[in-house]
Design a protein around this ligand. Structure first.
Ligand code: SAM
Ligand code: SF4
Length: 455
């Protein structure tokens, strides 16, 4: 049995943390503003904050850290579901094997390319390939062929993959085909709940899943994303479990997670649950996002369209750094809707263009940047840049350049209006004067039709 998650330790941490006095909480919040992260003990204490004033102070600190590390940038991507065939039976998922109502389908390479083109036509440059787990159809060959075909077919510049655990050799194939980040959610870090939620199939093996990140590292994939499905078990346990997992592989491989996703359980057609077992309300969810921001300042936080539009807008300031937009959760969904083929119900139905306008309205600059990945600033190299604050110097100009490109290629009049103002403002926010001049020069080159000139 793998011991990355010491459940008893998590339970004791939580038991000892629910009566922390205000002075100590304030000290932890103050410390978090140094952007050096927090210990599990400190996180456990923050998880019990209920007092409105303290919550407001913690949210303020999360905003501060988000701003300091990421500036006013939001990275955008879209999921591409290649298949909803699945041999597992995760009770919460619409794709589970026993859901007989689901219209099942695995896209052909031509269909995958069509979906990628439809996503690209919205203006995206970054895709997350997702599928169910069926060794006959959604194996590593399916994924590598899909990746290679999409990279070749158009101008998608980064493909991340969210798929079931694999062997080291298989991860090597993903690496060779050009994977960006490998994403996998443990769903729940509690073994008993995990067993109940995953009664049959390959996914029933908790250890095989939690060791997936290790095998990915061994294969040379050094950008990894983790997550927990909030709503399955006590959210406090999940936050600590996830951070303990992250610490364990950071210790072994020298790199923490590139991203943390915070999916919140949504109703799904034909799921095997009567209700959400441990529903997380909005107040608790805000706390989760803010605490991750403070605990691991250099790890991106990803928020999907599972959340409502107004709530997504609010969470941007609390620490979210990447969002999906214009998403479909059924294979073939960008060409044709089929609500009998969805994984779960999406809440935010805004198009990418509408989302970009909202991001600008909120004073953020949308980023379509994929430069780090293409310039080999991944894994340890990325973390070193990030922790020295240098990444900021690259990211702000790259966000401006890629947003400019997006406006030129896909912008509606109303988006162009807002976007150009935002770009001028963002240019002023580049602290290094030399970098500002260089960025202006590169902006000119983009206007002249030169591409791929990012920092
Ligand atoms: N099938 C692979 C796996 O399970 O690892 C790939 C990812 S699965 C298609 C995507 C993720 O969606 C799951 O890991 C789970 O966390 C999440 N998910 C499943 N059902 C959900 C639901 N009803 N509401 C919200 N998220 C859900
Ligand atoms: Fe299959 Fe993944 Fe859904 Fe589980 S979560 S049923 S493995 S698609």
């Amino acid at each position: 049995m793998v011991d990355f998650i010491r459940e008893q330790e998590v339970v004791s941490l939580l038991e000892n943390s629910n009566k922390t006095d205000k002075v100590e909480i304030r000290e932890i919040i103050q410390k978090s503003r140094l952007c050096k992260g927090l210990s599990l003990e400190e996180v456990a204490k923050l998880l019990y904050i209920e007092d409105k004033e303290l919550l407001a102070e913690m949210f303020e600190a999360a905003k501060f850290v988000k701003n300091k590390v990421y500036g006013k940038r939001v990275v955008l991507f879209a999921p591409l579901y290649t298949s909803n065939e699945c041999t597992n039976n995760c009770l919460y998922c619409g794709f589970r094997r026993d859901n007989k109502e689901l219209h099942r389908r695995t896209l052909t390479l031509a269909e995958i390319i069509n979906e990628a083109k439809a996503i690209e036509a919205q203006g995206h440059k970054r895709i997350l390939l997702i599928c169910g787990e069926d060794p006959r159809t959604t194996n590593v060959k399916h994924l590598t062929q899909a990746m290679e075909a999409v990279y070749k077919a158009g101008d998608i510049r980064r493909i991340n993959i969210e798929a079931a655990p694999m062997k080291v050799e298989e991860y090597k194939e993903l690496k060779n085909a050009g994977i960006g980040t490998y994403v996998i959610f443990q769903e729940t870090y509690n073994r008993d709940v995990y067993q109940k939620m995953h009664p049959t199939g390959l996914k029933a093996d908790y250890d095989w899943r939690i060791t997936a990140i290790d095998r990915a590292f061994e294969a040379g994939i050094d950008d990894v994303g983790v997550g927990a499905l909030f709503g399955l078990y006590d959210y406090r346990f999940e936050v600590l479990g996830l951070l303990m997992h992250a610490q364990s592989f950071e210790k072994r491989y020298g790199v923490g997670p590139h991203t943390i996703s915070v999916p919140r359980l949504r109703p799904a057609l034909g799921w095997g649950l009567k209700e959400i077992p441990n529903e997380v309300n909005d107040d608790e969810f805000r706390k989760i996002v803010a605490i991750f921001r403070l605990a691991v300042p250099y790890t991106g936080i990803i928020l999907s369209t599972r959340e409502r539009a107004d709530f997504r807008d609010e969470l941007l300031s609390l620490g979210v750094s990447q969002i999906s937009a214009g998403s479909k959760t059924n294979p073939g969904g960008y060409k044709e809707d089929d609500d009998k083929a969805d994984q779960f119900e999406v809440s935010d139905h805004r198009s990418l263009s509408k989302m970009l306008e909202t991001i600008c309205d909120q004073g953020y600059i949308p980023s379509f940047c994929t430069a780090c990945y293409r310039r080999c600033r991944t894994g340890e190299a990325f973390m070193e840049y990030a922790k020295e604050g240098e990444i900021h110097e690259f990211c702000q100009p790259n966000a401006i350049l890629t947003f400019k490109e997006n406006l030129m290629d896909y912008g509606t009049e109303s988006l162009k209006n807002k976007g150009e103002k935002m770009i001028s403002k963002a240019l002023l926010e580049i602290e290094d004067a030399k970098m500002r001049i260089l960025t202006k020069e590169k902006l000119k080159e983009i206007e002249e039709g030169k591409r791929d000139i990012y920092f």
